[in-house]
Structure formats: C-alpha cells, structure tokens
Design a protein around this ligand. Structure first.
Ligand SMILES: [Zn+2]
Length: 271
C-alpha cells in the first residue's frame, strides 16, 4: 500500500496568522515544525498500519516548509516548486490512498486563514455548480487517478467542507476557528497522537474515490488589473471583468490551467 499525504500549513494547530505562514517571519519556524510533526505523525501511523511507502507533498507557498530531517526516514518528500501536480504531486506514483494534513477551508468560509489556492488572487472557485476549496479541488484530481481519499486533518471548517463530499471521512480537528486570524487550538501533542492513531486505524478500511460530475472551472478573481494575461491561454474564456471559465472537458487539464491562471494573474503586465 502506497500512501500520499498532501500537507498545507494554515490548518495546522497553533497556526493562526499570516506571520506563521511566511518564510521571512520570526514566527514561521514554530509553524513549520508543527507542520512537519503533524505530517510525520500521519506517516508513522501509515507505516504502523502496514503501508509499504509513504510520500509527503509539501503543499504550502514555496513548498519548502517541511524539515526533512525531522521526518521518519522511510518517507520521501516532494519538495519545492513548481510541481506539475502541485499540492498533489506524487499522485502518479501508483498511490493507493491519499490523505490531507493541515488543510484549511475555502475563501468565503469562516475558517482561520481561509482561502482558495492563492489567497491574494482567487476570490472564489467553482467546479461545476459547487464552490470548492482545496480539499475538493485536490480530491477530484485524485479521482482522475482512481485514488481514494481516506483522511483529513485541519481546522473545523475545513473538516466540515470535506464532510460535504465524504460525510464519514476519518478526521482530526486541529483547532476551532474563532476568527479569520484566531482559533481555539488543541495541543500539538494531542493532535499528533490523534493523527497517528486515526490514520493507523483508517488506512486499510476507509476511503472513497471522489469525482467531479461537471469538470468546468469557474474562476472569480480579486484583482482585475493583471487578469488580461489570462486571455493569452486558448482554453480560458473570459466571462466577466474578473471571471473566467475553463472547460476543456478534462479535469486534470482544467486543474493545471487554473494554476497557470493564478500564476499569470500575478504577473504584472509590462508598462
Ligand atoms: Zn497554504
């Protein structure tokens, strides 16, 4: 059994501020250590359940957050960016189950540090008629590879979003949001222990393959100033000043184009 964990930072316990998530901040080191510890707890739980291989994908920001020497030495880490499958890098390695660590809720939710993929750029993302966050967006990609999702840890709002698609998903709530930049955080040691135990208990029995019924991506952006760049992409259609649609009929192609759009939207046009 090969397992992949996609790891973000905003849903880790004890992470509540943008200062925790930014590499140049003094508070970042604490956050990355907690992120590493929660990811490692999931890996150890998987190996204790009989996994033959655990991959971890560092999925936050520049994707160089996890301290590799702190991981169980059997783990392999997808590190740095860009990665062709982004937060789901490794899905093409014959993965049997995928889980999520440190996940946060989507833009427009009440979660701590809530955003969708790129907080500064994406106002909201819809896939078909559903407003989605990163759990859904990434799980539908796993669905394209027929890989079941079996676990999530993150803040309470992120877990709530995951339950909309998978009501019985094995989970660990790391913190209860009390505001956009605040939360009632559970102790890191308790969270780590629960992640390890829940992963170990669930790996061999739980999981469902999630597929998008409608693969159309509708993107709503925050800053119209740089969005003209998106018209360079042939499969991307403008539907409003800040709205674009991607409808190639292929989920993975749409997923990749969406990410290309978020990158192009941050490139300032030449004066
Ligand atoms: Zn992140």
């Amino acid at each position: 059994m090969k397992v992949l964990f996609s790891v973000d930072i905003e849903g880790i316990s004890g992470v509540v501020s943008v200062k925790h998530c930014a590499m140049d901040s003094k508070e970042y080191d604490d956050a990355r250590m907690r992120m590493t510890a929660e990811a490692n707890a999931a890996a150890v739980g998987s190996y204790d359940a009989g996994a033959s291989k655990v991959f971890i994908t560092d999925g936050h920001g520049k994707m160089r957050n996890i301290k590799i020497e702190e991981l169980d030495e059997r783990v392999e880490l997808f590190y740095g960016r860009p990665k062709i499958l982004s937060q789901m890098e490794g899905l093409d390695q014959g993965i049997d189950k995928v889980g999520y660590i440190g996940y946060h809720s989507s833009a427009h939710s009440l979660g701590t540090l809530a955003h969708t993929y790129s907080g500064g750029v994406v106002d909201k993302l819809m896939i078909g008629d559903r407003m989605v966050g990163e759990f859904a967006m990434n799980s539908f990609l796993a669905g394209e590879y027929d890989v079941p999702v079996f676990f999530i840890s993150g803040d309470q709002e992120a877990v709530k979003e995951a339950k909309e698609l998978y009501p019985d998903i094995p989970h660990v709530v790391t913190k209860v949001p009390t505001g956009r930049y605040s939360a009632r955080c559970r102790h890191p040691e308790v969270v780590k222990r629960e992640i390890k135990e829940t992963v170990e208990r669930s790996l061999n029995h739980e999981g469902i393959v999630l597929k998008a019924d409608d693969t159309t991506f509708r993107m709503f952006f925050k800053d119209a100033g740089k969005l003209d760049n998106l018209e360079l992409l042939p499969e991307v259609e403008r539907s409003g000043a800040k709205e674009f649609v991607i409808d190639t009929g292929d989920y993975e192609a749409n997923y990749k184009l969406f990410r290309a759009c978020t990158m192009l939207a941050t490139v300032v046009s030449q004066d």
